[in-house]
Design a protein. Structure first.
Length: 69
């Protein structure tokens, strides 16, 4: 859910950065670019962990039929 929110907000901030703080801009260019930078890092981490290194999430499947108690 968080990744979807970040993925949706990045283009919105990109449009605001494209306006360069001119007329009709809700944010200044520096604020929009800063927000994009702050949102991109955790999104990239989520994509990397879920797509490239899912073993970092932990073991969810029991191996060998043994139960840890």
């Amino acid at each position: 859910m968080l990744g979807m929110g970040e993925g949706c907000l990045l283009p919105v901030f990109g449009v605001e950065a494209g306006k360069r703080g001119g007329e009709g801009a809700a944010l200044g260019m520096g604020v929009a670019v800063g927000c994009m930078g702050l949102l991109f890092v955790p999104l990239a981490w989520r994509v990397w962990v879920l797509g490239v290194r899912p073993e970092l999430l932990g073991r969810y499947v029991e191996e060998g039929g043994k139960k840890d108690e």
